[in-house]
Design a protein around this ligand. Structure first.
Ligand code: AMP
Ligand code: MG
Length: 599
């Protein structure tokens, strides 16, 4: 099986696969104009037979290539083409080819003929040809375009091979639903296996197990508009009004009924200010002075800005071209009455609060805030503010955890540093479980760790001890104490923050009622060589910035010791190197997870 497909671009990629003779090219030749007409700009990558050439003997470019130029770029003012000699035994690599697409010039890349690759695809099937299906052994098939006589399993999306419009609908739906970038981490290369009592899991397996135990808190409360910041909406907000309420002017200018051709001048019959209405109906050839936001009078449909008008003795003439309907905001064009303005599960910020206000809401239902209890363990861990004993360190984990959980809108219970006794831990933990939705500790969960905390956890709750194939942050305990979720994070301060970002953050978001709890990843160009190891996901701390080429670039913060909080302070993102990648060269694309909004 080939590697999982990681789209290096910020736009969607969709394949079309079929056995030869099914009519792929014929379909694409009809689909491309159809999609263009609907406003989608396309790039196409096509797999060709081995000795194809696009150049013509005798042309300068052809002769220079034959003379030995490994790359030949010919360009004019309408088109340019790059030809690269790429003598290889195997198929070209799609990810490498995709990096040549200019993602700012097109909206989607259609890929024809890379049948075996694991990219999202539409399968074209003609039963009359007697060829087998591809979907039966390829889970990347999103839909099958076939004829009426073909029988398909009911769970497969069916398209009509002869209905280009329907296939175009599907492509547009795919492009609209596609999220840039792919928020899923690479599929693990190793299966989960049990070693002793500690399970080895990949990051995505760990997260999937955690999330399967999390659902949104059940309580909701009506919250005033002013108190809604960072709360999560508990029901769809349906607009009770049209926004804007009335069709109104987007400019200070003159409103009139558009005519073709336009008359030399219009007769000025009045004036209307914002918050007011012109009582009459505008007749053809009449105009009124209108202010931004004022209701457009009945009869008028177009506004010309004041700068492009001259008014002499109640006659108004216009300069410049005029399009019917220009500078007019239609009633309900922002949000129509009855439309879902904000979906249940939306985290509310400034824009959402403004939107709710614009609909006239002053209170809306929000999920109650989850409560998170935090404690630290370890003989060496000391309270900041007190004198540091020999061989000890100050507790930093409790403060990073509390701050991140607060940013996620949680109420916090600080249980402090738990003294070194089983009885104390057991008492604190049992009590915390009755008060908090989630209990988070740090330290004492390493494999082979003799810490009493493992014994107590094993006795009190239903808790798994995992080894996650990641760095930093390998040990992780997760489970339930009573009805509370329990996270036992590692001890090292950076490992704590990285594990929080990867596992606790999505869980707290889902618990808080959010529907968009997936981490947001972006592709960036690595400005240096980055090393990892097969089978392990590496989370380096990085600094991303916009390069002079207009693309995101990233470099690491330098020393990556898992105890060095300074790397989190200097960095603004995690650089994620998936478990199927060993090293990243300078200039290659990696995924980054910005964390500045949480730290
Ligand atoms: P452990 O997993 O308990 O073996 O801890 C791993 C490392 O993290 C050790 O160097 C601990 O001293 C350190 N550590 C544990 N808890 C904390 C804490 N609350 N704050 C800072 N460092 C800690
Ligand atoms: Mg310890």
């Amino acid at each position: 099986m080939s590697n999982p497909f990681i789209n290096p671009l910020s736009i969607p990629v969709l394949g079309f696969c079929a056995y030869s003779g099914t009519g792929k090219t014929t379909l694409l030749k009809q689909l491309i104009p159809e999609l263009n007409q609907r406003g989608l700009r396309l790039a196409v990558i096509k797999h060709a037979h081995h000795d194809f050439d696009v150049d013509i003997p005798g042309k300068d470019s052809y002769e220079m290539r034959k003379a030995g130029a490994r790359q030949m770029l010919v360009a004019s003012h309408v088109r340019w083409a790059l030809m690269t000699e790429d003598a290889r035994d195997s198929d070209p690599e799609l990810v490498h080819l995709l990096k040549h697409i200019e993602a700012d010039k097109v909206d989607i890349v259609l890929v024809e003929g890379f049948k075996k690759l694991t990219l999202p695809k539409i399968e074209l099937h003609r039963a009359a040809h007697g060829k087998p299906f591809i979907h039966t052994h390829d889970e990347n098939i999103l839909a099958i375009a076939c004829c009426d006589d073909t029988v398909l399993p009911s769970d497969l999306r069916r398209l009509d091979l002869n209905n280009v419009g329907q296939i175009a609908d599907f492509v547009i739906e795919y492009a609209n639903n596609w999220q840039a970038p792919n928020p899923k981490l690479p599929i693990p290369a190793v299966d989960a296996c049990t070693i002793g009592s500690d399970k080895n899991l990949s990051v995505s397996q760990g997260l999937a197990q955690i999330l399967s135990h999390v659902s949104a808190v059940s309580g909701t409360e009506d919250i005033d508009l002013d108190e809604l910041d960072n709360r999560v909406l508990a029901s769809d907000s349906i607009s009770p009004v049209d926004v804007p309420q009335q069709t109104n002017s987007a400019m200070d200018g003159y409103a009139f009924a558009y005519q073709d051709p336009m008359p030399e001048s219009f007769t000025l019959v009045g004036e209307v200010f914002a918050g007011h209405q012109y009582s009459g109906t505008l007749k053809a050839g009449e105009t009124i002075r209108i202010m931004t936001g004022a209701t457009v009078p009945v009869g008028a449909d177009t506004v010309q800005p004041r700068e492009l008008a001259s008014e002499v003795d109640a006659k108004v003439s216009f300069e410049g071209t005029i399009q019917q309907g220009q500078h007019v905001r239609l009633a309900g064009e922002d949000i129509a009455k009855g439309q879902v303005a904000l979906k249940q599960g939306t985290r509310l910020g400034a824009a959402e609060q403004g939107l709710l206000a614009s609909l006239g809401f002053n209170r809306v239902p929000a999920y109650r805030r989850p409560t998170v209890a935090v404690f630290s363990t370890g003989d060496e861990v000391s309270q900041p503010g007190e004198a540091l004993k020999p061989n000890c360190i100050y507790d930093s984990n409790r403060y990073t955890i509390k701050a991140m959980a607060k940013r996620l809108g949680c109420n916090i219970i600080d249980l402090g540093i738990i003294e070194d006794s089983e009885a104390a831990l057991e008492a604190t933990l049992s009590k915390a479980a009755t008060q908090a939705d989630v209990v988070i500790s740090s330290g004492g969960v390493s494999v082979g760790d003799a810490d009493y905390i493992k014994t107590v956890l094993a006795r009190l709750g239903n808790i798994d001890f995992w080894r996650i194939n990641m760095r930093p942050g390998r040990p992780l305990a997760f489970g339930k104490v009573g009805s509370s979720l329990f996270f036992g994070l590692p001890g090292n301060p950076v490992a704590v923050m990285v594990s929080f970002l990867q596992f606790v953050q999505p869980a707290l978001r889902k618990l808080a009622g959010e529907t968009e709890w997936q981490p947001k990843l972006f592709p960036a160009i690595s400005d240096e060589v980055l090393r990892s190891r097969q089978g392990r996901t590496e989370f380096s701390r990085g600094i991303y910035q916009l390069g002079v080429d207009g693309r995101l670039h990233v470099r690491s913060t330098g020393n990556q010791g898992s105890g060095m909080l300074n790397s989190m302070v200097k960095g603004n993102c995690l650089i994620i190197i998936g478990d199927d990648v060993e090293s990243v060269n300078k200039g290659e694309t990696v995924y980054i997870q910005p964390f500045a909004d949480l730290l």
